[in-house]
Design a protein around this ligand. Structure first.
Ligand code: UDP
Ligand code: MG
Length: 322
């Protein structure tokens, strides 16, 4: 028997949960018919939802023995949700996918075919267009991939999604990366392994709303840059050297001018400009340094990435006690 764990992080997904469950059970049945050796585990991670997601998961776990869930003590973010899922999965193969059907379960059989033969360790989808997304968002996303790939050694594929079909070996490699500041797109790529990209059209959410605002995406992209590149530090150093050279040239110029033409009193505005410019540059560079220091600070605290409040086994125990 080969077990396939399907990990689904959920945050306020009560509306799509029944739709997702219906679709995934259909696909699982289809895969079972084609490959008798397969068995499944559906592992939902409730990321501190404020709606009825957890109630929905409890009900599903009761009626379907394939369903397991982990519920966090609060919202820890999707990255923590994926990590918890990977850590608690028991399958020989592991899939990570969104609950909102933007990652169509119908691709699973095809992904399995790529990984099963051993030719690939991972199959993932890559969206080739961004229809249904605002122009501004697409523009910034494109700029992010451009900058990121220029300054980081880790390649981040444009349009790559967190919809991944992986072997146990690759999952274990990912779990070996315990970092607190997690940027999955970078982590998936950093561990390497052979990845098959399946190109798909952008799919819109089946129901509910996205939890990502423009600013949360912006912060997430900075997170990615600071986690997978030290280029901002080099930029800071470069700016420092650059302004030193400029001021050195200016100094020579001023000395020579004073020798030949004396010292005129004028020049206050230009001095102010230089003072402000240098002050700004210094603050900017200190800020960049501060970012890395802050990340290092959080990493050294070694806090857990997520905290569990309930799982299907804990819930069963509680029910028996009552
Ligand atoms: N999600 C999560 N925790 C969060 C935000 C989102 O577990 O804090 C889940 C969400 O339930 C969904 C997936 O991550 O299954 C992707 O989120 P969403 O659809 O809101 O993002 P988008 O598809 O717009 O990037
Ligand atoms: Mg979505």
């Amino acid at each position: 028997m080969k077990k396939l764990s399907i990990i689904v992080p959920c945050y306020n997904e009560e509306e799509v949960l029944p739709l997702f469950y219906e679709e995934i059970t259909r696909v699982m049945a289809e895969m079972k018919r084609a490959h008798d050796e397969l068995c499944f585990e559906l592992l939902f991670v409730d990321d501190g939802s404020k709606d009825k997601t957890l109630e929905g998961l409890r009900a599903l776990a009761k009626q379907d023995p394939q369903v397991r869930y982990i519920s966090f003590s609060r919202n820890f973010g999707k990255e923590a949700g994926m990590f918890a899922g990977l850590q608690n999965s028991t399958g020989d193969y592991v899939v990570v996918m969104d609950a909102d059907l933007q990652h169509p379960p119908s691709y699973l059989p095809q992904m399995y075919d790529y990984v099963r033969t051993g030719e690939y360790d991972c199959a993932t989808t890559r969206r080739v267009n961004r229809t249904g997304e605002s122009k501004v968002r697409s523009f910034f996303a494109m700029q992010f991939y451009k900058i990121m790939n220029r300054i980081s050694q880790t390649e981040i594929v444009d349009g790559a999604q967190d919809f991944r079909f992986m072997t146990r070996q690759m999952v274990d490699a990912i779990l070996d990366m315990h970092e607190y500041n997690r940027f999955s797109k970078g982590i998936f790529s950093w561990v390497g392994f052979r990845t098959k990209y399946i190109e798909i059209e952008n799919v819109e959410r089946a129901a509910g709303t996205t939890a990502w605002s423009f600013w949360s995406l912006f912060r997430y992209s900075l997170e990615g840059i600071f986690a997978f590149s030290t280029a901002p530090l080099s930029i800071a150093a470069f700016l420092g050297v650059f302004s030193c050279i400029i001021s050195f040239i200016l100094m020579i110029f001023v000395i020579i001018r004073t020798i030949f033409f004396g010292e005129p009193v004028a020049g206050f505005p230009s001095i102010m400009c230089a003072v402000f410019l240098l002050g700004g540059l210094q603050l900017f560079c200190t800020g960049v340094l501060g970012q890395y220091l802050a990340k290092t600070y959080l990493e050294t605290k070694n806090r857990p990435i997520y905290l569990v409040r309930e799982t299907e086994t804990i819930q069963r125990g509680r029910e028996q006690d009552n």
